[in-house]
Design a binder for this molecule. Structure first.
Ligand code: NAD
Ligand code: UD2
Length: 310
């Protein structure tokens, strides 16, 4: 049994990761400020520290005796990062540096952390890791900055680091409450309540949708790689195929057996037209790929939204 620390472990991806580690008999410690995460998503077998990710004293308690830390805490909204530049930079870049520093003080605990496809900005086609990052948001810039600091953590301070550049992750428990929540969580919630779907722009923008279980598998495989041979690495977590938002709405309609009512609204400012990743490096380094089909992933996501009959 190992002890794993997760920042952001009360959130969407973090809570799935925690469940997976617990199922394998590991001990899990979560640090989360519960700003978007929920206490109810933290399994009672885990320890929960309610604190800010920049609080180094709380991080020291989180990492005390831990075998590794998964750093997922962030303000995961492109739009919020543009509205609250200073506040999101404090958490999204400052939080990463704080985790790296406390991992260094704790003797070089391996750090697996969430980066994002947002570092690429507007890409010409499927992005591989050799593409020069060109973020178009403060959020993407902070994720790119996090990768730079994770590189320094290894080269200067011998802290092994592994960054996962998540493309659009979806699945049960993704919070649909904010207008900037992931599109699948919003569509699934609306379909369940027979509400109209709103498509921003012409609906032909492409996204590479990754089911949350695949995201968790990449996080854990990243840690195994660091344990085999310390390094600083980053990989895309993506399927390699794009789905348009229109096609997504249609597929959700088919699976749920309901014809979605669709309304078109103006495109979001700065919306990326194409976001598709090349999964080759993840496959080569980790020996896995994000292979849950959209059909299967959506079916599981929609099933979790079905109203409970009373
Ligand atoms: P989420 O909002 O569900 O999880 C983030 C968690 O961090 C929440 O539990 C929140 O309460 C916590 N948090 C936020 N600010 C904090 C702070 N100051 N101190 C402590 N905890 C704080 O989002 P998610 O989708 O699970 O994202 C997890 C990670 O993956 C984030 O780093 C995000 O940027 C990254 N990511 C997600 C996606 C995606 O498609 N979901 C894509 C790219 C990258
Ligand atoms: C996602 C991530 C972001 C970042 C980025 C990487 C979420 C919530 N955001 O931003 O954190 O990692 O990817 O590039 O996961 N849309 C609609 N109707 C809706 C909601 C969305 O048409 O009700 C459109 C939206 O305009 C966009 C697409 O759907 O074109 C996807 O939107 P999103 O918010 O799910 O994710 P994205 O790609 O903007």
């Amino acid at each position: 049994m190992a002890v794993y620390a997760i920042t952001g472990g009360a959130g969407f991806i973090g809570s799935h990761l925690a469940d997976d580690l617990l199922a394998d008999g590991h001990h899990v410690r979560v640090l989360d400020d519960l700003s978007t995460g929920r206490r109810s998503q933290v399994d009672s077998r885990s320890d929960l520290i309610v604190a800010d990710v920049c609080d180094t004293a709380a991080l020291a308690r989180l990492l005390d005796g831990a075998d590794a830390v998964f750093h997922l805490a962030a303000i995961a909204s492109v739009i919020r990062s543009n509205e609250d530049w200073i506040g999101t930079n404090r958490v999204n870049l400052g939080g990463t540096v704080a985790v790296l520093e406390v991992a260094r003080r704790a003797g070089g605990i391996p750090v697996v952390y969430a980066s994002s496809a947002a570092i690429y900005g507007n890409q010409p086609g499927p992005a591989d890791e050799a593409l020069t990052p060109a973020p178009r948001s403060a959020y993407g810039a902070d994720k790119f900055g996090s990768e730079m600091h994770a590189g320094i953590a290894f080269s200067v301070h011998a802290v092994p680091t592994f960054g996962v550049r998540f493309f659009n992750v979806y699945g049960p428990r993704q919070d649909p409450r904010s207008p900037y929540s992931g599109v699948i969580s919003i569509f699934a919630e609306r379909i369940a309540h027979q509400e109209r779907l709103v498509i921003h722009g012409d609906g032909r923008q492409l996204r590479d949708f990754v089911y949350v279980d695949d995201a968790v598998r990449h996080l854990r495989a990243g840690l195994r790689l660091l344990q085999d041979a310390p390094r600083a690495a980053v990989v895309n977590v993506c399927t390699g195929s794009g789905t348009s938002i229109l096609e997504l709405a249609r597929t959700i309609g088919q699976i749920s057996g309901k014809r979605p009512d669709i309304e078109f609204a103006p495109a979001r400012e700065g919306d990326i037209r194409l976001s598709i990743g090349d999964p080759a490096r993840a496959r080569a380094l980790l020996g896995i790929s994000a292979n849950t089909s959209l059909q299967d992933g959506l079916a599981a996501t929609l099933a979790s939204k079905l109203p409970i009959a009373v």
